[in-house]
Design a protein around this ligand. Structure first.
Ligand code: ADP
Ligand code: MG
Length: 751
């Protein structure tokens, strides 16, 4: 209570919106002001050096010493002018978050003269310091790829992502250098290296396919030289009072409530979604936006989500590698800013049992270097073929590697969400919407699409339509695709929305796997086209349709338009032979199945050892996460719940005695009844705790990481769930005055 009063008595944080002459600036006027962008670099460097820099970044070349020294110098001056004292290589180890180690710009120089050495201090950032740094890598997860005695790891500047400054202590700032993290032998130790590799692989496969279908570029359809993945991440999260949060060891240690009864009112009124934001939340989110805008993160949307105290922020989409950096920054800044408003942000996928969890919908598409969206159905037949060829490649990727996509979103925390009744199940399928489905069906059955016209308003047919064969494709209007909020992977007009991604995880790994799978399927589409072309100089429309049809038939099983949350779907998926992967260990095993591992290694996105190491890291993380939860729960029960239960029972027993003394035996019935209800709960809880302690001990006797993970999933999770039910049972009866933990109704309705 004191902590809550403290929060409410302390002054509200006031943040000034940037102003000029007393008038708020336009957001666009301070967008990216903390970013050392190419535009800024152009202003700081002599023109020939700038041109050299751009050439080397675009060409993916190593930068020469002269250029890096110049960029480093310019970056330091720019950053120091903005208060920077330190720089850091900012990277993404396989922990789901980012890592940084700060070094100051300070160096010591000496002058030698007759009088000996004179030492003086200067500020420097050399080209080699900018390019590379060597954190001790032995304390980051490596999945057995390095032993501690070979601890060398390098962070290397990722020149594709701009440097930026963030606030440091005492009004100073810190220069952030986005980096990749690799081992002494050049193996990827991070999430970003593989994302960059997968983007390159996807670009190459796409450019090859485009060349094949457009061998004679024109001004209207020019030669595409580069294709990149676009990504827009819809980030969901909870914001709760920090004072209350600090009284919940489970939230503090594990990010979710391990016990807690559902309050009478939670989300069933459906009154929170898109409602008005509580003012403390709005202040937090808008201050976060301010910082993000300065960091060049194009944050755009904010709204209440379905559950009480649940919210969402979404940016304008960007190239996936940058969007990933920006999503991690968004989480980081939100975390920091919320603290200042005495709130705590929860990114866990399921912080509250029985209430909607959080996801990170990854909106994903492909863009050419001309900014053309390859998944935009467009209105012209030539590019319609292009659209359909890319579409069937994606269908094929998800059809062949659905299990891999499932592995990419698996974690101990997301398992609570996947399969729960508000989240996509562990079955990966694709939703296309009514129109596209009709188009694909027509192509599959070699039917004219014209016959569809009366039924589908949005499909117009231009040119001649032949019976039994489509020589001209329909125009597909993009906004009329319906939504299917239950699908894990849905087409939403001109992009796919990968909805099953967890709110806490970095988008990096799932997007890497998706990119890789799609790249591989695009290669297969190209091969099929080449085969169809034979000796002809160019592909005919019929050739393209033939291949499209072939892939439509092959991938039909993966398309599902119905309710993904229904039991009927689980049954149907089984008859279709689609895997329904319910747990993380099961999903991780799919990483090493030849169909997936061959695909991931053939183009060098992962080496065999990198893939194995990831498999082990994921399994170990899963086991550790659950172990930490189990130990936390054990301690809460032993030190908070059971002692209170004993006290409550003692009070009851004393009360019964007193009442009987005064009024006679028959008058103590209500208290006795309560004692009778709570006794079995307490006994069960004690027994469960004993079993939990034994089960936890058992784990250390199991060798293999897979068996460990499976063991905790099969044995520890159910015990935790049972214990929770008993605790929640006690919460129903024990007096509010005694109950040691803030309850759901306090946590969820106190912003
Ligand atoms: P919806 O509400 O249909 O999901 P929005 O327009 O709100 O669509 O977009 C949600 C997210 O999808 C935003 O982050 C947006 O920038 C992103 N997005 C839109 N178009 C694309 C695209 N072509 N590629 C990737 N992301 C996209
Ligand atoms: Mg969306």
């Amino acid at each position: 209570i004191n902590r809550i009063i403290d929060v409410y008595n302390s002054p509200k944080r006031v943040v000034e919106f940037p102003k000029k002459n007393g008038t708020p600036l336009y957001t666009s006027e301070f967008f990216g002001e903390n970013v050392f962008s190419t535009t800024v670099i152009a202003k700081c460097l002599p023109k020939p050096i700038y041109q050299q820099f751009i050439k080397q970044v675009r060409g993916g070349q190593m930068m020469d010493k002269n250029t890096t020294d110049s960029v480093a110098h310019a970056a330091r001056i720019w950053a120091m002018d903005r208060g920077a004292t330190h720089f850091t290589h900012w990277f993404q180890p396989q922990t789901g978050s980012t890592a940084e180690k700060h070094d100051s710009f300070l160096s010591l120089n000496s002058n030698f003269s007759q009088n000996g050495e004179e030492i003086f201090a200067i500020d420097t950032l050399s080209g080699s310091q900018l390019l590379q740094s060597e954190p001790d890598a032995s304390s980051f997860p490596s999945g057995g790829m390095r032993s501690t005695f070979e601890a060398r790891g390098y962070t290397v500047w990722d020149t594709t992502s701009p440097m930026f400054i963030q606030p440091g202590p005492h009004g100073t700032s810190i220069l952030y250098i986005p980096s990749i993290f690799i081992s002494y032998n050049g193996e990827a130790l991070d999430e970003k290296t593989v994302l960059l590799r997968s983007s390159e692989s996807l670009s190459k496969a796409s450019v090859d396919l485009l060349k094949l279908i457009n061998p004679n570029p024109t001004d209207e359809l020019p030669r595409v030289t580069y294709v990149y993945t676009t990504l827009g991440t819809e980030q969901e999260f909870f914001l709760i009072d920090r004072g209350l949060y600090s009284l919940r060891p489970d939230l503090k240690i594990t990010g979710r409530t391990l016990v807690g009864r559902l309050p009478p009112k939670h989300q069933q009124m459906e009154d929170h979604y898109f409602g008005r934001m509580p003012s403390r939340v709005l202040s937090t989110i808008s201050e976060t936006e301010l910082e993000l805008i300065k960091l060049g993160v194009p944050i755009k949307t904010r709204h209440n989500e379905v559950a009480p105290s649940q919210f969402e922020m979404a940016p304008i989409f960007e190239e996936a590698t940058i969007a990933t950096d920006h999503n991690l920054l968004t989480m980081d800044v939100l975390h920091r800013v919320a603290h200042n408003h005495k709130l705590k942000v929860l990114f866990h996928e399921k912080p509250f049992k029985g209430i909607n969890g959080s996801g990170k919908h990854c909106n994903w598409s492909l863009s050419t270097n001309y900014g053309e969206n390859l998944l935009d159905p467009t209105s012209t037949p030539e590019t319609n073929y292009r659209f359909l060829l890319f579409l069937v490649a994606i269908l094929d990727a998800v059809h062949t590697h659905g299990s891999l996509l499932r592995a990419g979103i698996s974690s101990a925390s997301n398992d609570h969400r996947l399969g729960a009744n508000e989240a996509p199940p562990g079955i990966i399928s694709i939703f296309l919407g009514e129109q596209l489905t009709k188009v694909l069906d027509a192509i599959e059955e070699n039917r004219s699409i014209k016959s569809l016209e009366p039924h589908i308003e949005s499909i117009k047919v231009g040119g001649t339509v032949l019976d039994m064969k489509i020589s001209t494709l329909p125009e597909i209007s993009r906004d009329l695709t319906d939504r299917n909020r239950t699908s894990p992977f849905a087409f939403t007009g001109n992009k796919f929305e990968f909805r099953a991604v967890g709110s806490k995880q970095s988008p990096s790994f799932p997007v890497t796997l998706l990119n890789s799978a799609v790249a591989s399927s695009i290669q297969q589409v190209s091969e099929a086209l080449l085969k169809q072309k034979g000796d002809k100089p160019t592909l005919t429309d019929d050739d393209k349709l033939f291949v499209i049809r072939q892939f439509i038939k092959k991938t039909k099983n993966i398309r599902f338009e119905g309710d993904n949350y229904s039991e009927a779907w689980a049954k149907e998926a089984e008859t279709r032979g689609l895997p329904n992967i319910k747990t993380s260990p099961e999903a991780y095993a799919k990483l090493l199945e030849p169909i997936n591992s061959d695909m991931l290694t053939k183009d060098g996105i992962f080496s065999k050892s990198e893939l194995h190491s990831r498999y082990y890291i994921l399994l170990e993380k899963y086991t550790k996460d659950i172990l930490v939860e189990a130990r936390t729960l054990e301690s809460i029960i032993k030190t908070q719940i059971l002692p209170i239960a004993y006290e409550f029972r003692k009070l009851l027993a004393e009360g019964i005695k007193a009442i009987e003394n005064v009024c006679g035996e028959q008058h103590s019935t209500p208290e006795k009844k309560l004692l009778k209800i709570t006794t079995p709960l307490v006994i069960d809880l004690q027994n469960l705790i004993d079993s939990m302690t034994t089960t936890i001990k058992e784990i250390s006797t199991i060798d293999d990481p897979y068996n460990q993970a499976e063991y905790v999933e099969k044995n520890l999770l159910p015990l935790m769930e049972d214990s929770r039910l008993k605790v929640d049972g006690l919460e129903e009866f024990i007096s509010d005055k005694l109950w040691p933990l803030p309850k759901y109704n306090e946590l969820l309705f106190y912003t």
